[in-house]
Ligand binder design. Structure first.
Ligand SMILES: *Cc1c(COP(=O)(O)O)cnc(C)c1O
Length: 469
């Protein structure tokens, strides 16, 4: 075996011989010669590793080398580690799969500024240094009704920054029912400790009353923090204090009310038959001084942490040195501005922003897509056992906990490969197809699949036959 491998490795020609092959010569017309040589070295290194791992064989004839090298050069630009994936899981905001796909308009906005200079921090009116936050602040004010706003890396950063600015050296009062851990072990109590605020827990896990807050407030208290428990529900005998009551209390005591909304909904989802989530507008209207939320959960934009609220407080936050370390880049700002602009016309936002579109699509539309996927699979993978099953989708990303969104999945059983092996093989395709396996069946949930992915999924399942039979 070892000898066979060594024998193969010896068959790899020297670089100067590879340089004479047609596809390589063609490449040398486009790329600097040394770059072509470098690319060939990378290719040979990778081939060696693969051969040693038993995952490839060395091409035998010059024709086979030519073909392999042609494919290599053609695919060079796209052969990246971070790549698009097909989400057939039915989990709409899938943190591991990059959360929110961007709206077309947001994608184009990124492309427009990515490869060129821009007015990122340049005031075109005055011809002097400007603020990167100016591009989205007005939109945030217009949409949420807050006085001012800024944007940082993500919501975890936003909370840290807000507490560091407004609660450091003092106490922050928070309900025990809201001391949550959010995916990736982001724990509210630990973030508070990091920011230098002393945590004053009030109430119990299931019930916190207004008088609990009232009694906890002392000379040392700087803020009340309300955390929207977006990733779980405590059911049954529960009570929490409405935000408007906390706002009155904070005002009376001369302290600041901060709300971490988590998901950051800007349109009322109950209109779509989904569970009621408090919107950012409602939080501001109810009297929160500062509200933080994610850009890439229910908002459907890029990863970002958005902070809106009272002008004097936002001003202080902008001046905090920590803000500089948490700042967002031009591509995020471009995507966020375009996404927020869609919210000026909420009806457009519902169809253009993929996250909202997937949440709001009718059951019939999703079932129809499932039907078309099932038919395509039946055509490309004869002998496949294909069935439509009811399979509720989920908002995911710690949003709308417990809410099951009616959906249809295509259940696939192939006689030539087990569901577990098929799941693994599908995730190794390009693009990878991420599926769930349930009760010995591979499930493809049609709510998170797009129409234009149907042919690829069907063709891939068809191809699995050649691989496994
Ligand atoms: C998701 C979430 C966060 C963290 O937001 P990221 O944008 O992922 O950093 C913080 N608080 C709540 C309540 C959340 O749901």
């Amino acid at each position: 075996m070892k000898n066979a491998v060594n024998e193969q490795l010896r068959r790899i020609p020297p670089i100067n011989e590879l340089l004479e092959l047609d596809p390589v010569e063609k490449q040398a017309e486009k790329w600097p010669r040394d770059a072509v040589v470098g690319a060939l070295r990378l290719y040979v290194d990778k081939l060696r590793k693969k051969v040693l791992a038993g995952a490839a064989v060395v091409p035998e004839s010059p024709e086979a080398w030519s073909q392999s090298l042609e494919e290599y050069f053609d695919g060079w630009e796209q052969d990246l580690h971070l790549r698009p994936a097909v989400n057939a899981t039915g989990v709409i905001i899938h943190t591991n799969l990059g959360r929110s796909p961007l709206a077309d308009m947001a994608r184009k906005a990124v492309e427009r500024v990515a490869g060129t200079y821009s007015n990122l921090e340049y005031d075109l009116e005055k011809g002097e240094r400007g603020s990167r936050y100016s591009h989205v602040e007005e939109l945030l004010v217009q949409i949420t009704g807050a006085e001012a706003g800024l944007v940082v890396n993500n919501n975890a950063a936003a909370i840290m920054l807000v507490l560091d600015t407004l609660a450091k050296g003092g106490e922050a009062v928070v309900s025990r029912g809201e001391l949550v851990e959010i995916g990736g072990s982001f724990r509210v109590p630990e973030v508070m400790a990091r920011s230098g605020a002393v945590l004053r827990e009030v109430g119990t896990t299931n019930k916190t009353h207004l008088y609990d807050y009232e009694e906890a407030i002392t000379e040392e208290t700087k803020v009340i923090l309300k955390v929207h428990t977006s990733n779980f529900r405590i059911l049954g005998f529960t009570e929490s204090v409405p935000l408007s009551d906390l706002a009155k209390l904070a005002k009376k005591k001369g302290i600041i009310l901060i709300e971490d909304l988590g998901s950051g909904v800007l349109v009322d989802l109950s209109r779509l038959g989904l569970p009621k989530e408090p919107t950012v507008q409602e939080s501001i209207a109810a009297g929160a001084d500062v509200v933080t939320f994610s850009g890439d959960k229910l908002l459907g934009g890029p990863q970002a942490g958005i902070i809106v609220g009272r002008k004097d407080l936002i001003q202080k936050i902008k001046k905090n040195q920590l803000t500089r370390a948490l700042r967002i880049d031009k591509m995020t700002l471009a995507a966020l501005e375009a996404t927020l602009k869609l919210y000026l016309l909420p009806e457009l936002a519902l169809v253009e922003i993929p996250t909202l579109r997937m949440l709001s699509e009718s059951e019939e539309t999703v079932a129809e897509r499932a039907r078309r996927l099932a038919e395509a699979i039946a055509a490309t993978a004869p002998g496949a056992h294909v069935e439509l099953v009811s399979d509720p989708a989920q908002a995911g990303g710690g949003s709308l906990p417990g809410a099951e969104i009616p959906s249809t999945a295509v259940s696939v059983v192939l006689s030539w490969v087990s569901p577990v092996d098929l799941e693994e093989w599908l995730r190794k395709q390009d693009p990878p197809v991420i599926v769930r396996v349930s009760q010995e069946k591979v499930l493809l949930n049609a709510r998170t699949i797009t129409d234009d992915q149907i042919p690829f999924i069907a063709e891939t399942l068809g191809r699995s036959r050649e691989v496994f039979v």
